[in-house]
Design a binder for this molecule. Structure first.
Ligand code: PLP
Length: 430
């Protein structure tokens, strides 16, 4: 009998995993250039708000990055922002989502997907995820639509594109806007079309863990000049192109990205394709290795997924195949075996957060009060409607972060070996 590392045995792996984020002298050089130039914010380069296609502003790293990123996503326009959360908020505002409206979101995601509607005064309506992909279950969207529904925010979870044809069809039928939450999907495509160009607008994040990063940052991509102009105005405190600097036309905050972020992101973007290719090779191997283990099921790859960013690799764990061992102890045992970054994923579906259960929104429960919303809502009720999300959080989902897919194939064998070792010796943990 082998002793599990968590019980003092020798771990399966002692080598470290590739670090994240990745950078070299390209980022260093780019940062120094901005530093020495003294042009630390976008306004240093021009006298006003300028849209991405305006080539007069191309001295700005943010302007260059916006254009390069948008084009890489099959979009005309990219509007850089301070982070991915405000990018979703701004997209909702530009899309005309108002207090009392409903926005359909999945519950198995980061808070921002559902807090952004609240921040603009709308009500998030949770639709469960699909058991095979953990993306919003497109088959369940229609039953959640009411006369108040204005938008859908599908999240391309982990980097796998959602069923966008079905979602866009529903949006057309009910006259809804679609804002892709592409925070995990910088290099993903669906039926050959890049994520970021599949809805009316899309929001990406460049936070530290994301597939390209400047520590913080975000961008909205779109092919609509009207949405682009509105988003840009909202990034720039409600200013407008060609108008005097101190005239503000819409209620908006300052959500600008700095020139330092723009400089790093331009360098990061150049690495993305090669990194996605490497992660794809490792993920394909890992799918095969884990698919052979009883009680372990990797999420499914859809035939519509032409490119998967593999920001997150996720597999489904069945405690029954591990003598009922809870997944949190399973993950602790994996980490002890040297599978350092393994995690249990989101701890609860979003609606189970105290913020939703106690409606700790703006000024008490505002805007989810009958005077604005027209009815009462109890977010705890979504638990019954979202059994897949409940199960993913409590017993099923195990997450491997992207950096672990960025080394050699030996790492994938180590993950599979560690899982088999825990399974064969599970009695030591009961
Ligand atoms: C799915 C999803 N949406 C939105 C965000 C928000 O991005 P940011 O952290 O840049 O505000 C994140 C970040 O973790 C995310 O994972």
């Amino acid at each position: 009998m082998e002793i599990l590392a968590i019980r003092g045995g020798k771990p399966v792996r002692s080598e470290t995993w590739p670090r994240w984020p990745v950078s070299d002298e390209t980022e260093e050089q780019a940062l120094l250039e901005v530093l020495r130039s003294g042009n630390w914010w976008r306004h240093s380069h021009g006298q006003g708000v300028e849209l991405v296609e305006d080539d007069t502003d191309l001295k700005s790293t943010v302007a260059r990055f916006q254009r390069e990123f948008a084009r890489s996503r099959g979009c005309e326009y990219g509007i850089a922002a301070a982070n991915g959360t405000v990018a979703i908020e701004i997209a909702l505002r530009a899309g005309g989502v108002c207090p009392g409206d409903e926005v359909i979101v999945p519950p198995y995601t980061f808070l921002a997907t559902a807090s952004a509607p609240l921040v603009v005064g709308a009500v998030p309506i949770f639709v469960d995820i699909h058991p095979d992909t953990y993306n919003i279950d497109h088959r369940r969207i229609e039953e959640a639509i009411t006369p108040k529904t204005k938008a859908i925010i599908p999240v391309h979870f982990g980097g796998q594109p959602c069923e966008m044809e079905a979602i866009s069809g529903i949006a057309r039928r009910y006259d809804l806007i679609v804002i892709e939450d592409a925070a995990h999907a910088h290099g993903s495509s669906y039926n050959g079309r890049p994520c970021g160009s599949l809805g009316d607008m899309a929001a990406f994040s460049f936070q530290n863990s994301k597939p390209i990063t400047a520590g913080e940052g975000g961008i909205i991509t779109t092919n609509s000049p009207e949405y682009a102009e509105d988003c840009e105005s909202m990034v720039w405190a409600g200013r407008k192109r060609g108008e005097p600097w101190y005239r503000h036309f819409v209620l908006a905050s300052n959500a600008r990205m700095t020139e330092f972020q723009g400089a790093i992101l331009r360098a990061q973007l150049k690495r993305l394709d090669a990194q996605v290719r490497q992660r794809t090779e490792n993920a394909t191997l890992l799918n095969q290795l884990l698919g052979e283990i009883d009680g372990i099921r990797p999420l499914k790859m859809l035939p519509t997924t032409t490119s998967h960013t593999w920001h997150i690799y996720m597999f489904r764990y069945s405690p029954e195949a591990f003598c009922g061992l809870h997944k949190s102890i399973f993950v602790e045992a994996l980490v002890a075996e040297g599978i350092e970054g393994a995690m249990t994923g989101y701890t609860n579906p979003l609606y189970q957060n105290p913020m939703f259960l106690h409606k700790r929104f703006m000024g008490g429960a505002y805007p989810v009060v009958p005077e604005i919303y027209g009815k009462e809502i109890d977010f705890a009720d979504f638990a019954e409607l979202c059994p897949v999300s409940e199960r993913a959080c409590s017993t099923e989902a195990v997450l491997i972060p992207q950096n672990m897919l960025m080394g050699d194939p030996e790492g994938m064998n180590d993950i599979a070996t560690a899982i088999r070792k825990v399974q064969a010796n599970v009695k030591q943990l009961l």
